[in-house]
Design a protein around this ligand. Structure first.
Ligand code: CA
Length: 227
């Protein structure tokens, strides 16, 4: 069945243009032109994906996302006109799957929509459990535990940790991590990898007093059991 996509965008011409393109691709669509209506619709459970503008009247996109994430895992792609890495990082850290900077080519948006929908579908069939020492990542349930204690991670943090754990003991360069976690066409700051490694360390290494995530100077990062 075709996916249902909610477009939350106050520029009505742009929203209409995206809607027509999505309908042309066979998706079901709906629109909201302000954050409050967008949040209400996003919470209705009728959609498979939400395209969410950041600069919106009533509630901005980041606030919509923050409230949405209290109860919903609806995949979200942020639409941002700003070139600020802060917005992108906060959006991703708050649980957006991806973002795209305006103006964008419609083909790129469509590719990201397909990727977001595919990842969501793939996540629900994975069952493998990855471990590193007492750290356990369940790819099917999307949970991470250390010695039985659950660790709350955002979508992007989870993906980064998953990538490190799949490649346990193998040093991954920032470029490889960027490509695997943020995608080939990522055009933000390259230090986003370092920022997210810090987030992971603060939630895992620092909390449990262990050293699992190692920096390999001028190369990248590796996760490995304590020696
Ligand atoms: Ca806007």
């Amino acid at each position: 069945m075709a996916a249902n996509i909610l477009i939350v965008e106050d520029e009505e011409k742009l929203a209409r243009f995206i809607e027509l393109e999505l309908m042309h691709e066979g998706y079901g669509t709906d629109k909201a032109h302000d954050g409050r209506t967008g949040l209400e619709k996003a919470l209705s459970g009728k959609y498979d994906l939400c395209l969410l503008d950041i600069m919106l009247p009533e509630l901005n996109g980041l606030e919509v996302l923050r409230r949405l994430r209290k109860t919903s895992n609806l995949p979200v792609i942020m639409l941002t006109a700003r070139d600020s890495v802060i917005d992108k990082v906060s959006g991703l850290d708050m649980g957006a799957q991806d973002y795209i900077t305006k103006p964008f080519a419609i083909e790129e948006l469509l590719a990201r929509i397909r990727a977001a929908l595919r990842n969501t579908a793939a996540d629900s069939v994975k069952t493998e459990i990855l471990t590193c020492g007492k750290l356990e990542l369940d790819r099917g349930r999307h949970t991470v535990k250390y010695d039985g204690t659950e660790i709350k991670l955002t979508g992007r943090e989870f993906l980064l940790l998953e990538t490190l754990m799949i490649n346990k003991t193998i040093v991954l360069t920032r470029d490889i991590l960027m490509e695997k976690v943020w995608g080939f066409d990522y055009v933000g700051e390259t230090n986003v990898v370092d920022v997210y490694i810090r987030f992971l360390r603060s939630k895992i290494d620092d909390v449990f007093g262990v050293k699992l995530i190692h920096t390999v100077r001028s190369v990248g990062y590796v996760i490995k059991d304590e020696e």
